[in-house]
Write a protein that binds this ligand. Sequence first.
Ligand code: HEC
Ligand code: HEC
Ligand code: HEC
Ligand code: HEC
Length: 234
Amino acid sequence: MKFLLRASPLVLALCFVLVAQAARAPKSAVFNSPHDFKTTGEYSPGGASYTLCNFCHVAHKFGSAPTGPGYLLWNHKLSNVSNYGVYTSDSMRSTPSDLGGQMTVSNLCLSCHDGTVAVNSWYESVAGKNFQPLPQDTLFMAEDHTARDLTKQHPINFVYPDATTAAAVGILPAADTNSIDGSGNVPLFSGRMQCATCHDPHAGPSSGGHLFFRTFPSTAAQTTTGSFCVYCHL
Ligand code: HEC
Ligand code: HEC
Ligand code: HEC
Ligand code: HEC
C-alpha cells in the first residue's frame, strides 16, 4: 500500500505524458479551420450570429415534421448518391460495404465531400449566402470526380479485423469496438473503420492538425518513418 501510494504520482505523471502525446483535439479547434464556415474562407457568409457548429450539427430541428437524421444532430443535407463502390483486392481480408444510402459518420463527410450537395444545404437554415457544391479540385476523390468512386481510396466502412485476422495481415489489433488505441484517439464506429478513424473534422491547425488528421499515439515506427500509416500497418 505504501509503495502504491508512493508510486502513484509517477504513474499519474506517466499517464499525463501519454495522454498529452495523443490528445483528442478540442471541438473549439474547428475555429479558423477550413471547416469553420462562420469566420473563414470563401464559404464564409461573415458576421452572422449562428454558431460555428450549426453548419454541421444543430441542437433542435424545429417544425411539426422536422426533416433530417437524428444521428449526431446532423444539419447538413445528406447526399443522394446510392452507389460509391468499395475497395477490393486479393489480399484484403475485410469486406467493406457500400456507403450509398447508409447512415454512418462517413456519410456525414460525403454530404459535402462527394461534391453533389451545396455547402449551404441545411435542414435548419443557418446562412444566407448561396454556396455551390465543393469545387471539383477540393474533393478527395482525385481520380474520377464525377463517378463518386470509393474503389480507389483507402478502404472504409468495414468491420475492423479481429485479433487473429489482424495478426495474419500485419495490422495492429483494436483494443475494443470503440477505438483501436482503447482511449478514443483512433476511433472505430460500431467496430467499423470510417473516414473519421483517420480524420477528425474538428482538428484544425490550432490543435496542431494538418488535413484534419487525428493525433495518433506515438510509436517508434512512426517516429522513424514519419508516417502514421505504420501505426496500424505493422
Ligand atoms: C464541418 C462539419 C462539422 C463542424 C463544423 C462541427 N462538427 Fe462535430 N462532428 C462532425 C462529424 C462529421 C462528426 C462525426 C465524426 C466524429 O466523431 O469525429 C462530428 C462529431 C461530433 C461529436 C460527437 C463525437 C465526438 O467527437 O465527441 C460532437 C460532440 C461534436 N461533433 C461537436 C461539435 C461542436 C461542439 C462543434 C462546434 C464547435 C462541431 N462539432 C462542429 C462534423 C462537424
Ligand atoms: C487506423 C488504422 C489504419 C491506418 C492509420 C491506415 N490503415 Fe490501411 N488499412 C487498415 C485496415 C484495418 C485495412 C484492412 C486490412 C484487411 O482487412 O486486410 C487497411 C487496408 C489497407 C490497404 C489494402 C490492403 C490490401 O490487402 O488490399 C492498403 C494498401 C493500406 N491500408 C494502406 C495504408 C496507407 C498507405 C496508410 C497511410 C496513409 C494506411 N493504410 C493507414 C488500417 C489502417
Ligand atoms: C458541411 C460540409 C463539410 C463536411 C460535413 C465535411 N467537410 Fe471537409 N471540407 C469542407 C470544405 C468546404 C473544405 C474546404 C475545401 C476548400 O479548400 O475549398 C473542407 C476541407 C477538408 C479537408 C482538407 C483540409 C485542408 O487543410 O486543406 C479535409 C481533409 C476534410 N475536409 C475532411 C473531412 C472529413 C474526413 C469529414 C467528415 C469526418 C468532413 N471533411 C466533413 C466541407 C465539409
Ligand atoms: C487511412 C486513413 C484515411 C482514411 C480512412 C481517410 N483518409 Fe482522407 N486522407 C488521408 C491521407 C493520408 C490524406 C493526405 C493526402 C493523400 O494521401 O492523398 C488524406 C486527404 C484527404 C483530403 C484532402 C484531399 C486534398 O486533395 O487536399 C480529404 C478531403 C479527405 N482526405 C477526406 C476523406 C474522406 C471523406 C474519407 C472517407 C470517405 C477519408 N478521407 C478517409 C487518410 C485517410
